[in-house]
Design a protein around this ligand. Structure first.
Ligand code: PLP
Length: 406
């Protein structure tokens, strides 16, 4: 008999609960023939948010010309379209060479941390976070240090907490705007202060702006790259959310700001991009049409739009549950409601979400899965249609009524 095969110790501190054990149980239930209402993953297309047809048609048209590898950084035409987008949204001084295309923003996020971090280097990451950031920082040998976002202040980053957590080892700060999981959108004033902090401490800014076009009410998205002159800013975006093409795995990274001071790091990024040869070429062909074409996302988020209506329904229903409170998302496709510990004595929120799944056949992700420090939140994706959303939140309310302190 051979020896037991163990995973690498590099994975010891790596965790990604969004696709963790609870999802495994949901898959088992589905295999048994049960219908599960899924409010767990931000994947728009399966909920009827189809991608614009013009993008699909262009990709079909280009498919016969997509057989070979592309340039490692990506097709020139697609990167040029991203460059023009930078001009449109006000990120200055970006050339085609400053743009890297990847298999989703996820691959580029992994590359950006791998290329920067040495053992023990610290990265400031929001709490709650999109947990990929914490996972890839650990995988790269870095140390994730979480800064708090204030729920009472519409989930804005707490600048004092950020300042107090900067050490001589801090190399970078992650800012997710619009935010997953809270739906917060940050003001120009706040972002300007964040840039000043990064500049004063020579931190690289990782700006995760994958939800930049999913905005509600009067929210405006200010790209961090538009505020960075003497700070290096890496902006991540892609087709998964606003263009509903998560399955294509198509994203981009824009390097802007203090590029001259970062030539060595940029060489590292280019080397990693060469090592994976290139991103999936058919999906790169979608970028030019997406950015230059009709922006159908606006129909979904403006008054009367399906996403906006679902946000309103979910928000109202959640806040009507005793002991549940939730700030209204200004962007993205998630809510992060609080379950008052005085009302719901939750000790293990993963177990709570598992009980919810088993009893009510609906799927959420526990707040601690987003590196939130206490077991008193869950994340809800408001992509299901109104009927399913209503049904799911009624089930959640019924479950919670049994969970209440006696
Ligand atoms: N960043 C955030 C904040 C996300 O929520 C997601 C996906 O949910 C990603 C990045 C990854 O996006 P992609 O599909 O482009 O890899």
């Amino acid at each position: 008999m051979g020896r037991y095969i163990q995973k690498s110790s590099k994975l010891d501190n790596v965790c990604y609960d969004i696709r963790g054990p609870v999802l495994h149980r949901a898959n088992e239930l589905e295999e048994e023939g049960q219908r599960i209402i899924k409010l767990n993953i931000g994947n728009p297309a399966p909920f009827g948010f189809n991608a614009p047809d013009e993008i699909i048609q262009d990709v079909i048209h280009m498919l016969p010309k997509s057989e070979g590898y592309s340039d490692s950084k990506g097709l020139y035409s697609a990167r040029k379209a991203v460059m023009q987008e930078c001009q449109k949204i006000g990120i200055p001084n970006v050339e085609v060479g400053d743009i890297y295309l990847g298999n989703g923003a996820s691959e580029l996020i992994t590359m950006a941390t791998q290329a920067l971090l040495n053992q023990g280097d610290e990265v400031l990451i929001p709490a709650p976070d999109y947990p990929l950031w914490t996972a890839v920082t650990s995988l790269a040998g870095g140390t994730p240090v979480h800064y708090l976002c204030d729920e009472e202040n519409d989930w804005q980053p707490n600048l004092d907490d950020i300042r107090s957590k900067i050490t001589e080892h801090t190399r970078a700060i992650v800012i997710i705007n619009p935010n997953n999981p809270t739906g917060a959108v940050y003001s120009r004033e706040l972002l300007t202060e964040l840039v000043a902090i990064a500049e004063a401490h020579n931190l690289v800014i990782f700006a995760d702006e994958i939800y930049s076009k999913i905005l509600y009410d009067d929210a405006v998205h200010i790209p961090l790259g538009s505020l960075c002159k003497d700070t290096l800013c890496l902006t991540f975006n892609g087709l998964s959310k606003a263009y509903r093409l998560a399955g294509f795995r198509s994203g981009w990274l824009i390097v802007s700001g203090a590029k001259e001071r970062a030539q060595d790091y940029i060489e590292g990024l280019t080397m990693l991009s060469s090592m994976r040869l290139c991103a999936n070429v058919p999906a790169q062909h979608a970028i030019q049409t997406a950015l230059g074409g009709y922006q159908s996302i606006n129909e979904l988020i403006l008054p009367g739009g399906r996403l906006l209506e679902q946000r309103d329904l979910a928000w109202e229903m959640l806040n009507a549950i005793p002991g549940v409170s939730c700030s209204k998302p200004k962007g993205a496709i998630y809510m992060f409601p609080r379950l008052d510990p005085e009302v719901y004595p939750i000790i293990d929120d993963e177990q709570m979400v598992l009980d919810l799944l088993n009893q009510e056949k609906m799927l959420l992700v526990q707040g601690t899965g987003f590196n939130w420090p206490s077991p008193d939140h869950v994340r809800i994706v408001f992509l299901p249609n109104k009927i399913d959303l209503e049904d799911a939140i009624e089930r959640f309310a019924r479950f919670l009524s049994r969970y209440r302190k006696k």
